[in-house]
Ligand binder design. Structure first.
Ligand code: 6PG
Length: 260
């Protein structure tokens, strides 16, 4: 069922363009099926139009079954897929919290992806750099992969935390105010760590943005992000551009606080 939140003008700031597309699905398994369908459709269109499909992957737990499902999908020409990371933790690529490790275990180890097309800010040549240099090097790698100053990813896969963060754009963190750089090291005091993350200019340049959010613990933030006052410092997911190129796939537990 597609539930479109009302497109009322919000208090406290400019209304982002259009209301997002929100699909409420029964559970994570249904989110995974729908996300795979949308991603494969985006890949087919991109490969037909430009000869390749560029996708930024998110970390966290929600996309784990999705990456497994993509690995098991028959008929994908992985040589045409270019994988990027929307954000990363400042840990070694084999660390339990590494998003690179997450994708390697669930996807890369199961598909014939040519190593040259897999770019991650903490793996390979970037692994021994300090965070700030990893971010700079990754931004350069992104520009080199696209040959332009502001790359346009075909699809940006995002999650949302219970505090309304997305990628590693956390509430009140300095990366929220980055308007030039594509990828930055972002201090996250509440996690007592530094993260690496795509910034709004890069994310919002994507042809398509697909959010996955599941679980009751996301319900309050989801209602604020989609229907609350526009406060992107407090709810960073709000500043991700809206329809027509943003789709939210949420389960009924995460959607329970949405005004029907
Ligand atoms: C990360 C992610 C982050 C994630 C959300 C939701 O590196 O953790 O990129 O933005 O998408 O925190 O995480 P869950 O899917 O685990 O709820």
């Amino acid at each position: 069922m597609t539930q479109k939140p009302d497109d009322t003008i919000r208090a406290g700031g400019a209304q982002p363009e259009g209301a997002p597309n929100v699909e409420i699905l029964a559970d994570v398994a249904q989110i995974v099926l729908r996300a795979k369908q949308l991603i494969l459709a985006s890949a087919d269109a991109a490969i037909a139009a430009r000869g390749r499909f560029t996708i930024a992957l998110s970390g966290g737990s929600t996309p784990r079954p999705l990456y497994r499902a993509l690995a098991e999908e028959r008929g994908i020409d992985w040589s045409k897929w270019w994988l990027f990371w929307g954000d990363e933790r400042t840990v070694p690529p084999d660390h339990a919290e590494s998003n690179y490790r997450l994708v390697r275990e669930t996807l890369l180890d199961r598909i014939p992806v040519p190593p040259g097309l897999v770019i991650s800010p903490t793996a390979g040549e970037f692994a021994l750099l300090p965070p700030e240099e990893q971010a700079l090097a990754y931004a350069t790698a992104l520009r080199d992969a696209f040959g332009v100053a502001l790359p346009q990813l075909d699809l940006n896969l995002l999650g949302m935390g219970g505090d309304g963060h997305t990628a590693s754009l956390f509430p009140f963190s300095h990366a929220l105010r980055e308007e030039e750089r594509l990828f930055v090291a972002n201090d996250v005091p509440k996690l007592n760590t530094t993260r690496l993350t795509m910034t709004y200019p890069l994310i919002n340049a994507s042809r398509q943005i697909l959010f996955l959010a599941a679980g009751a613990e996301k319900a309050s933030a989801l209602a604020e992000v989609l229907q609350g006052a526009y406060q992107p410092e407090k709810y960073p997911s709000q500043r991700i551009r809206r329809a027509p190129n943003v789709t939210w796939l949420v389960d009924s537990a995460a959607a329970q606080a949405l005004a029907q």
